[in-house]
Design a binder for this molecule. Structure first.
Ligand code: SER
Length: 913
């Protein structure tokens, strides 16, 4: 092959493929879309045969019994590997030839052999094959007819030599793969004589898979013979090009290399220092490779109508684009880059894929928007990530918090897999079940809301046409009512509820407030002498209040009378938060301006959330002023009154309405203070009788829910005291932890320890200050913030202190390098150096390993360190690798001993525990 390198461009291989199979009576099929037609079990087209599944199944007829194709494919199962290896791609092109009831095994082998020799010019002595365990027919044919020596034929099991189906069901069968021997010099096996196709070694490279389709696999995994046998072959185009041109990586083949050159050019435009980067396959090529692969995948997907989205295919594309941007940061590129590469991608591929050029503008725009969307939160997300990471490292945790991963996903748009990858890079394993729990809780919240919005009461309840439940719960907490109807949870009218059953109860009159105007529905009980129904939620469906819950005892019938009793403590907490929301609304309008309008709210027993129109983040000062105003209104202890009046009168009074809310002709107006001087709002909800009843108030967060709005989260009543107690307990515990840690690090050096301690005036008694004077919450919050800042600063200081210490330790390690070499153990010709140090950083161990490799040949370094955390770092030089050492495999085997995980390359690997 040498001397021909430049001849095998991808374009040339494509041409040869089509021409060769044309000469052998194959019709060329066009590449199908990346969205598999008519196969819901498959997310993407993952192989050339996907578009032909029904031909193999015999359910439709091919245009010709022999076809060939060059199929664009997307495989994302190994997404995290992309960039880390020489050959993984998500997007690639697959060359294929197919027979449907026409030729079978022998001719497929003949064709592959002829193409390999005649068209690709491969040396037959370098070709090896594998066949399925019991496929003697194929093995004998390769040997007897083709003339391959038996030593070039390996039998492998199902994992290697059985293919299909693509998706859950479809054609499958044994296969035979062709490999090219790249020479013993690239072999990394311990026993070179035993190296064979199908192992992990780089020596034998698979370049073509011949599948002998004989069976149909159903959804239960049952195999039945196909009505006719068929042939499906696949050769990865980029991989073949790499082999033919003697390149170790697919990313160094001609078309991908052109994208990489474009990234180099763009780097000087997009980096803040204007430096032009150079791609070097030997030195961290991952960012270049990831961006190259991912921009191809995104471009081709969008051209086929797969847009970035939150579910299914769209989510995969979103993940791919976001992952690429994360890697771009490793190149110092913090702005959009992918859409700028699209013109290059399209210039390269448009001769083969016409739809790319047609949709170029749309593809660029779509990718640009997605990049911008993600970049808007990426910085914040990275800050959040880093603070969490620092916290984990501080605690020497080896699990990354699932709840934090969910926040990264939900708030900052980090696909979970991306967080996993980041965590793994830092030696942390994600707490998947914590993440699942957080995700499930959120899904349940949105499902229960969405579900009730779609609810319809059964038509056969027999209620009068204009029936509406009358609400008597503004003052009273208890009422008598007669049951008007019972409904099962799946929406059917029932004539009876039995003990243990859940359902909906409709009363003529009720003190229960059904969720509305942001205020959550009441909880409580419905009871009579024999029955007790626990109400867990209360909603309004077309004017009818439904009490949702479970019958705890007795039986309920549609004619029964019950006493409805609202959970008073919960209702009181709700009213406090609701009234505080009104005062907050008024205070925002006072301090920010009349443009503030309510765009949403949530009044819960534990907290309140208020969304409002305002173009920018509030300053600390504004937040303080708003909070002070609400506290003042609470301290004024003014009466709260509600009255029903014609809408026009309410408007004349200047009552404030919520944005987008519909009101009838008669409205309820809630006034706080004389003439509504503190607040005057349209509102149907429940309120305290006097502003003083709200007792306490505190704003815990100001943020943006998106779309030009701001959101305030705040607490009222006892929730403020609970918050104060919890926050203080938390920070005191963290300070205590930190002090312990600082003590451990500084040891006997008490002066150094003193310098690191965190002063605070907070204590178990602090909350009492708020109880005595509710406005004290502002100074407590300030002290909390300052203490947090002091703690953060002290943590950084401790890291600096530790670094200095470990630098000193590293230099003393390096000074002892000759001595360490002397103590090496000889295993064969290899020097094995085992060292265990008390405290060192990964960097110190790495420096030592480099030094050892510089000073000696054929060395293996096995380093372990126990503080500040358990760390293993293995390294080997080229000579040692050639004699069979693989640091990545070694560390994988021993990492579990220290309760951790890790991995790496043959020459360097690391694990934490
Ligand atoms: N379907 C087989 C594969 O993907 C051969 O085309 O490897």
């Amino acid at each position: 092959m040498s001397g021909q390198e430049t001849e095998f461009t991808l374009a040339k291989i494509r041409r040869k493929w089509i021409d060769f199979f044309h000469r052998h009576d194959h019709e060329q099929a066009q590449s199908a879309s990346l969205i598999p037609a008519g196969d819901p079990t498959l997310l993407f087209t993952t192989a050339g045969m996907v578009q032909f599944k029904s031909y193999f199944a015999g359910t439709s007829r091919p245009p010709h019994p022999r076809l060939s194709s060059i199929q664009k494919c997307l495989r994302t199962t190994d997404l995290e590997e992309v960039g880390q290896t020489d050959r993984h791609c998500t997007f690639f092109e697959m060359l294929g030839n197919f027979s449907f009831g026409d030729y079978f095994k022998f001719e497929a082998i003949d064709l592959a052999w002829e193409f390999s020799l005649q068209e690709l010019g491969l040396d037959p002595d370098r070709i090896y094959v594998t066949v399925y365990l019991d496929d003697d027919e194929a093995a004998d044919y390769w040997h007897n007819t083709i003339g391959l020596p038996r030593t070039h034929i390996t039998k492998l099991g199902k994992a290697d030599n059985w293919w299909g189906p693509a998706g859950e069901t479809g054609a499958c069968g044994p296969c035979s793969e062709l490999y090219l021997d790249r020479g013993e010099q690239v072999c990394t096996c311990a026993d070179k004589q035993a190296c064979q196709p199908g192992n992990d070694c780089e020596r034998f490279m698979e370049y073509w898979n011949l599948v002998f389709n004989q069976f149909h696999q159903d959804a239960q995994g049952q195999l039945t013979p196909l009505p006719q046998t068929g042939i499906d072959t696949g050769a990865g185009l980029e991989r073949l090009a790499a082999l033919l041109n003697n390149k170790s990586s697919v990313y160094d083949t001609d078309e991908m290399a052109r994208i990489i050159v474009r990234i180099e050019e763009l780097s000087s435009e997009l980096r803040s220092d204007g430096k032009k980067l150079q791609y070097d396959p030997a030195h961290n090529p991952a960012p270049f490779r990831v961006i190259t692969d991912h921009v191809r995948a995104a471009t081709f997907s969008i051209a086929d109508g797969i847009y970035p989205d939150n579910t299914g295919r769209g989510y995969v594309i979103r993940r791919i684009i976001r992952r690429a941007l994360l890697f771009a940061r490793e190149l110092g590129i913090h702005t959009t880059i992918l859409h700028r590469l699209v013109p290059k991608v399209i210039e390269i591929y448009k001769p083969f894929y016409a739809n790319l050029a047609e949709r170029q503008a749309e593809i660029e725009e779509c990718i640009r928007l997605e990049e911008e969307r993600f970049l808007r939160t990426l910085d914040h997300g990275m800050q959040y990530w880093e603070s969490f990471l620092a916290d984990h490292q501080k605690r020497a945790a080896n699990q990354f918090d699932g709840q934090a991963a969910f926040v990264l996903y939900d708030t900052y748009g980090f696909p979970l897999e991306m967080t996993k990858e980041l965590a793994l890079k830092n030696g942390l394993v994600l707490d998947q079940s914590g993440y699942d729990q957080a995700m499930q809780a959120q899904q349940e919240r949105s499902r229960s809301n969405a579900a009730w919005q779609d609810w319809q009461l059964p038509a056969d309840l027999g209620l009068p046409k204009d029936f509406a439940t009358s609400f008597s719960g503004y003052q009273a907490m208890e009422s008598k009512g007669s049951i008007q109807g019972l409904v099962s949870m799946d929406g059917r009218r029932v004539d009876e509820l039995q003990s243990g059953e859940s359902g909906l109860v409709i009363l003529d009159e009720s003190v229960f407030y059904p969720e509305g105007g942001g205020q959550l529905g009441d909880q409580g009980t419905l009871q009579n002498d024999t029955a007790l129904f626990a109400v867990s939620d209360c909603r309004k469906i077309n004017g009818i209040t439904v009490h949702i819950g479970e019958l705890k005892s007795g039986v309920l019938k549609p004619t029964d009378t019950v006493t409805a009793v609202v959970d008073q403590d919960r209702r009181q907490a709700l009213t406090r938060h609701h009234s505080a929301t009104h005062l907050l609304n008024a205070a925002l309008r006072t301090h920010l301006g009349e443009h503030v309008g309510q765009t949403g709210s949530l009044v819960a027993p534990e907290s309140l959330r208020f969304d409002f129109s305002h173009p920018e983040r509030m300053t600390e000062e504004q937040i303080g002023q708003v909070e002070a105003s609400v506290l003042q209104a609470i301290q004024a202890a003014e009466p709260v009154q509600a009255s029903v009046m014609p809408k026009a009168d309410a408007q004349k009074l200047g009552a404030v309405a919520a944005f987008g809310e519909k009101y009838g002709d008669e409205v309820r107006v809630v006034q706080m203070g004389p003439q509504g001087g503190l607040s005057l709002e349209f509102c149907g909800g429940c309120h305290v009788a006097n502003t003083g009843d709200i007792q306490y108030f505190h704003i815990v967060r100001e943020a943006s829910p998106g779309a030009g709005n701001r959101r305030i989260e705040a607490l009222a009543g006892n929730a403020v005291l609970a918050w104060s107690r919890a926050e203080i307990a938390q920070i005191l515990a963290e300070i205590e932890d930190f002090h312990q840690q600082a003590k451990g690090v500084t040891g006997s050096n008490t002066a150094d320890y003193e310098k690191l301690t965190v002063p605070t005036s907070l204590g178990a008694a602090t909350t009492r200050q708020i109880e005595q004077d509710p406005t004290a919450v502002q100074s407590v919050a300030r002290e909390l913030l300052l203490t947090r800042q002091r703690l953060d600063e002290a943590r950084k200081e401790l890291v600096r202190y530790q670094k200095k210490q470990s630098q000193a330790a590293a230099s003393s390690l390096l000074e002892g390098v000759d001595e360490i070499l002397d103590q090496a153990e000889l295993v064969g010709d290899t020097r094995v150096i085992t060292i265990q140090v008390e405290s060192a950083s990964a960097d110190a161990l790495r420096q030592l390993a480099d030094k050892l490799r510089e000073k000696s040949r054929n060395v293996v370094f096995l380093g372990a360190c126990s503080a500040p955390k358990v760390l293993l770092l293995f390294a080997a030089d080229k000579a040692a690798i050639q004699s069979g050492v693989h640091c990545g495999n070694l560390i994988k085997a021993v990492a579990p001993l220290v309760g951790g995980g890790g991995g790496g390359r043959p020459d360097m690997a690391q694990a934490g525990g």
